[in-house]
Design a protein around this ligand. Structure first.
Ligand code: ADP
Ligand code: ZN
Ligand code: ZN
Length: 721
């Protein structure tokens, strides 16, 4: 049921009708409304009041919409991620299906006779008779075929025949495609790729989980493509998950150029109709390859043979609100259930996956060299001490940019903060402009000029004077991408400066345009946020500059260093992907920081293995598992009070190995006008944590006090803010 119940409801069958099979949609009375529900199970008895059970109103599908395996996957996910099953389905099915609309029949429609040929009447219209005779002779024809045979438009004739109930439209099973699988030939593997490919190919046909740790540009995607070809050749389907930002036309083009088969892509830009059609094509097998972001993990597949999760470390695989599932972990669960291999690929594996690989739960494959001609870039720190800074740019970096542009190459400048400056401060009294709803500094934007809160949607005009002392000396402090862009324009007036962040790419197609300009190869400087760090292939970029690496080194978030290592490595991976060798300059005040040194000298692999040791010693994930209970409310005291009650209840229901921390204010203690607090449940094994989570959810559901706050449970949380 599309409602927040953590249980299933019993209904009686539609009177005088056969029992509907699990997986079909039904229309049911719910309170005073009619809603669309999904049959999960048929039970012979009920724990509800049997006299009050109501019958289903109607069965909406002839065949199950969700097969037994997918239904089971949903049930498991709903239980594991502590989210009501009805809402889980509600938020991940295509909208048209939730509303009860029929699954479209994608088969081509042909005209056929409705009566046996011998029973056909003689018609007065010679033209209608001719059409009827052709259908009797050929059995089944499309409208276009009939028009061609008749040498005149068939539709008016067919309409007349249809009105006489003599012909009808019938969906036709498509013939097995005889077209060759590949449009363009596969590349010839280098020896490293070949070894990995051979091992992976042997694993097809049964469950196994593989981590492909290969530096950026080492040819992971080429391995995916050739493995997919193997799977398609067996008549099976492949599901490829990619991070939100990577599902660029570029990625799709690469797949579409290789395969002469139907590929459906699921991303946020689809219309409801496209989403429904894609879903139906995957389910019917009309599509052989499904590529999609997080929610594509729930795609129905009639004959799956392989799952691939590209950039498996990417945070966008975890849903951050509502149904907070982790698509990577669910994909692995589904692969096990369906008995097929799942391949996780990344240049910068998550510590979770790396740990599983090192402990032998996943098979580890590595690629150390760049494929083709490209060389691995050189990473160098730039010591900011004793340097004059020009809006955050050191002389060293500016000179390197100049040399690069003069050689006709491209530069990429990375800064993970959009806007002009992260703070507007009074030089006289120290006051700074703050969003009252979040109690955090507003970011100063110049194009168009405004103060914008990056934690909620609040914004206001830039004040002409200090709101505390009235002084006119207000200035933007700190760096944002707009500011870097302006400085670069000043320094390099003869070259295009392209800014790529969520402000410049809001308009549809704008990102694609910017990316194409870069790919045209003209010498230019790109400046942007993590949007430029991921996925794109810019062969002419030979220099990458990182303006500020330090915030990740000293954060309170235990995942900050992991994320910094991933980000720097991914940004660095944009350099020297073509035949120009790349250099990466990383500006820092702490060039001797051991973590940074390890990353620069030994690479991400060694850096990550070291972090993993630290996590083990600190009893942090992946050696510890968390459930985060978050509460927020307009009144400051409500969230801690409700969480305090929860903690008290947990203390009365102790579970072995379960520990509880909090309630404490969230790092973002106020957001969009709501005060926020959290309680952390942790255990070294998942089982007691799961049990406590389930019980806690049930208990919270029943607490009147808890209804005064917005609360949510986040299992395996990534975001502790
Ligand atoms: P990754 O996915 O690891 O970043 P890609 O598969 O995108 O790597 O490969 C990087 C570049 O190298 C691409 O331009 C690709 O076409 C090329 N490439 C990959 N494998 C080979 C190969 N065996 N021979 C020549 N070029 C290759
Ligand atoms: Zn002031
Ligand atoms: Zn705000």
């Amino acid at each position: 049921m599309p409602c927040p119940l953590r249980r299933l409801l019993h209904y009686l069958p539609v009177p005088e009708q056969a029992l509907p099979p699990p997986g079909v949609r039904v229309s049911v009375p719910f309170g005073r409304r009619e809603v669309v529900g999904i049959v999960v199970r048929i039970d012979a008895s009920t724990d509800q009041d049997a006299h009050k059970l109501r019958p289903l109103s109607a069965v909406l599908d002839q065949a199950p919409l969700l097969d037994a395996a997918l239904l089971e996957c949903y049930l498991w996910a709903s239980q594991y991620y502590l989210y009501p099953i009805g809402l889980a389905l509600q938020t991940s099915l295509p909208p048209a299906l939730r509303e009860g609309k029929p699954l479209p029949d994608l088969r081509p429609l042909h005209w056929q006779l409705r009566v046996p040929p011998e029973a056909l009447p003689r018609l007065r219209s010679a033209r209608q008779q001719e059409a009827l005779d052709l259908l009797a002779r050929y059995h089944s024809l499309s409208g276009a075929e009939l028009s061609a045979l008749l040498e005149r438009p068939a539709p008016p004739l067919l309409k007349a025949l249809q009105d006489k109930h003599l012909v009808h439209l019938v969906p036709i099973e498509p013939e097995a495609t005889g077209a060759p699988l590949l449009k363009t030939p596969a590349l010839k593997f280098n020896s490293e790729q070949q070894a990995v490919f051979t091992a992976l190919r042997q694993s097809l046909g049964a469950f196994s989980c593989h981590l492909l740790e290969g530096i950026t540009g080492s040819g992971k995607t080429e391995i995916y493509l050739q493995l997919i070809a193997e799977v398609l050749a067996k008549g099976q389907q492949a599901l490829v998950l990619v991070p939100e930002i990577s599902l660029t036309p570029q990625t799709l083009t690469r797949f579409r150029e290789r395969f002469q088969r139907e590929i459906v892509a699921f991303h946020s830009g689809l219309t409801d109709k496209e989403r429904l059609e894609g879903w139906a094509k995957a389910q019917s097998g009309a599509a052989q390859i499904v590529i999609g972001t997080r929610s594509a993990v729930f795609t129905p597949l009639c004959n799956p043979g392989l799952f691939i999760i590209d950039e498996e470390h990417d945070d966008s695989y975890k849903q951050q609100d509502g149904f907070r599932y982790g698509a990577r972990d669910l994909a692995i669960w589904r692969a096990r259930q369906l008995g097929l291999p799942v391949l996780l690929g990344s240049a910068t594996p998550s510590l979770e996956s790396l740990n599983n690989a090192l402990r032998g739960r996943y098979r580890l494959h590595q690629l150390h060299q760049r494929a083709g001609v490209a060389q691995t870039p050189l990473l160098r720190p730039v010591d900011l001490r004793q340097q004059t800074l020009y809006e955050g740019f050191s002389q060293t970096l500016l000179q390197a940019v100049r040399r690069c542009l003069e050689r006709g190459e491209q530069v990429l400048i990375f800064l993970n903060r959009r806007g002009f400056a992260p703070m507007l401060r009074c030089q006289h009294c120290g006051w700074f402009a703050e969003c009252p709803r979040c109690e955090r500094a507003y970011t100063l934007h110049q194009q168009p000029g405004a103060l914008r809160c990056h934690h909620c949607d609040a914004h206001k005009p830039v004040p002409p004077r200090c709101e505390q002392c009235g002084a006119a000396e207000l200035s933007g402090e700190g760096l944002g991408t707009e500011r870097s862009e302006q400085r670069l324009q000043l320094e390099f007036p003869d070259f295009p400066i392209l800014r790529i962040d969520s402000d410049t790419t809001r308009a549809a197609g704008r990102l694609h345009e910017l990316v194409q300009t870069v790919q045209s190869g003209i010498p230019c400087v790109l400046v942007g946020t993590q949007m430029i760090a991921k996925g794109h292939h810019f062969p002419k970029v030979s220099l990458v500059g990182v303006l500020d690496a330090d915030s990740g080194l000293f954060s309170a978030d235990f995942r900050a260093q992991e994320n910094l290592g991933q980000l720097l490595t991914q940004v660095a991976g944009r350099a020297g992907r073509g035949d120009v060798p790349g250099t990466v300059l990383i500006q820092t005040w702490y060039p001797e920081h051991p973590a940074l040194l390890r990353l620069l000298h030994e690479g991400y692999g060694s850096f990550a293995r070291h972090l993993l040791d630290e996590r083990r010693q600190g009893a942090l994930p992946p050696f510890m598992h968390f459930i985060l209970l978050r509460a927020e409310a307009m009144q400051r005291d409500l969230p801690p009070r409700v969480l305090g009650l929860a903690r008290h209840w947990l203390a009365q229901h102790p579970a072995p190995g379960l520990e509880c921390f909090g309630p404490m204010p969230s790092p973002y203690g106020k957001k969009a006008g709501r005060f926020r607090a959290q309680l952390i449940l942790q255990a070294a094994t998942r089982q007691p944590l799961q049990q406590a989570g389930q019980a806690l959810a049930q208990w919270l559901d029943a607490q009147p006090e808890a209804r005064k706050v917005r609360w949510a449970l986040d299992v395996d949380p990534l975001d502790f803010s």
